[in-house]
Ligand binder design. Structure first.
Ligand SMILES: Cc1cc2nc3c(=O)[nH]c(=O)nc-3n(C[C@H](O)[C@H](O)[C@H](O)COP(=O)(O)O)c2cc1C
Length: 335
C-alpha cells in the first residue's frame, strides 16, 4: 500500500507523522486513535473496537489517549514544517471523529518543541522502582507549565494529602479486582507475549507488586513478573501529581490528554520517568472523593508518579498503515 500524502507532505513524511502520533500512551496499550488523511487536513477518530468498557465505561481514558496522540501529531507536523491548527470535536460526519488538524501559517518550531519531538520516541511508562532523588523545584515548574499550556492544571500532591490519596487508590484497586469482569479485561490486554502489537507485554510490566507497596498495585504481567530483587523496593517519597481539567466532558478529556502528553514529553526531556496509576480515577466514587480532596474545583483526570529511574523497555505499536481510516469507515460510523 502506498501511504497517502496529506497537507503538502509526501507519503513517507506523512507516514512518519502518523507513526509518531501512534507512540502516545494509552490505557492497556489499546492505541484507540485512528487518522483519516485528506488532501488539506487530518482527522483524528477513535476506534470503537479499542474500548475497554469495564475499566473505562465512559470512554474518558480512551479520549485521554487520543488527546495524547493529537499532541504528538501536532508536534510531528510542526517538525515536518506544517503549522498545525487543531479543532476539537468538529462537526464532522461520523460519531468517531474527535478532532481535525489543518495547516496555518507561523513560525518554525521553537527549540523547546524540538526537544519534545525527540522525547516522543524516548518516552516510556516506567513501572520500576525509582531512585530516591527528589525532583527539583525548577523541573516541577516546567511540568506544571506544560500542563497549563494545554489549558489544564497540574496538582502536585502535598505531603499531608498522601495518606488520604493512598487510601483511595487502595480502595479503588480492591473494588476493581473484586469484579471478575475487570479481572478478565485486564488479563486479556496485559501480560502479553512479545511480538503482539497491542496490549502490555510482560517485559514492560515492572516487578511483581507486593502488598506493602504504597502505589503500584496493578500486576500487568499476568503473574509472570520478575521476583523483586531484595532491597529494591519502590521509593518511599515519589513525586505524585494529578493532571486536572477545569470542566468535565469530552472536550475537557481531549484537552487533558494533550496536557498529559505535553507533561510526559517535558518530563522525558528533563530526564524524568513516569508511570500512571489509574484505579482511583477509574472508579466513579473514588474519583469524586479525589476531586473533593483536591479542593472540589478541578476534575482529576490522571494520577502519576514521577522521578528518576532505570530505562524501561519500549511497548510495541500498530503499524502506521493500520491506523488509517478511509472515507467509507468514517462515514459508516456516522449518526
Ligand atoms: C489514560 C491512561 C491510563 C493508564 N493507566 C495505567 C495504569 O493504571 N497503570 C499502568 O501501569 N499504566 C497505565 N497506563 C500506561 C499504559 O499502559 C501505556 O501507555 C501503554 O502500555 C503503552 O506503553 P508506553 O507508555 O511505554 O508507550 C495508562 C495510560 C493512559 C493513557
Amino acid at each position: 500500500m502506498v501511504f497517502p500524502s496529506t497537507m503538502g507532505l509526501p507519503p513517507e513524511r506523512a507516514e512518519e507523522v502518523v507513526r509518531l502520533a501512534g507512540m502516545a500512551p494509552s490505557l492497556h496499550n489499546r492505541q484507540p486513535w485512528r487518522f483519516r488523511l485528506l488532501a488539506h487536513l487530518i482527522e483524528l477518530h477513535f476506534a470503537p473496537s479499542a474500548r475497554l468498557p469495564v475499566a473505562d465505561p465512559h470512554d474518558r481514558e480512551l479520549r485521554l489517549g487520543c488527546g495524547a496522540a493529537l499532541l504528538n501529531l501536532r508536534i510531528a507536523l510542526e517538525h515536518a514544517g506544517v503549522r498545525p491548527i487543531a479543532t476539537l470535536l468538529p462537526r464532522l460526519h461520523g460519531q468517531t471523529a474527535l478532532a481535525e488538524v489543518r495547516a496555518g501559517s507561523g513560525e518554525p518550531p521553537a527549540p523547546d518543541e524540538r526537544r519534545l519531538h525527540r522525547a516522543i520516541s524516548e518516552r516510556r511508562s516506567n513501572r520500576r522502582p525509582f531512585l530516591p532523588d527528589p525532583v527539583p523545584e525548577r523541573d516541577r515548574h516546567a511540568l506544571a507549565h506544560a500542563v497549563h499550556e494545554e489549558g489544564c492544571r497540574l496538582h502536585v500532591v502535598e505531603r499531608e494529602q498522601l495518606s488520604a490519596l493512598e487510601e483511595l487508590v487502595h480502595r479503588a484497586h480492591r473494588a476493581q479486582t473484586s469484579d471478575p469482569k475487570f479481572r478478565s479485561e485486564l488479563a486479556r490486554w496485559t501480560g502479553r507475549a512479545e511480538g503482539e502489537a497491542e496490549g502490555v507485554p510482560v517485559s514492560a510490566a515492572g516487578p511483581q507488586p507486593e502488598p506493602h507497596d504504597l502505589w503500584v498495585l496493578r500486576d500487568f504481567s499476568a503473574g509472570q513478573a520478575r521476583q523483586r530483587v531484595p532491597g529494591k523496593d519502590f521509593e518511599t517519597d515519589p513525586l505524585m501529581v494529578v493532571v486536572c481539567s477545569y470542566h468535565p466532558g469530552r472536550l475537557a478529556d481531549l484537552q487533558a490528554g494533550q496536557a498529559l502528553q505535553r507533561m510526559l514529553l517535558t518530563a522525558t526531556s528533563l530526564g524524568l520517568v513516569a508511570s500512571l496509576i489509574s484505579q482511583v480515577v477509574e472508579v466513579d466514587e473514588t474519583r469524586e472523593e479525589l476531586r473533593r480532596l483536591l479542593g472540589g474545583r478541578l476534575q482529576p483526570q490522571a494520577l502519576l508518579r514521577l522521578g528518576y529511574g532505570s530505562p524501561a523497555p519500549a511497548t510495541p505499536r500498530l503499524q502506521p498503515a493500520e491506523l488509517l481510516v478511509d472515507d467509507e469507515t468514517a462515514a459508516e460510523s456516522g449518526p
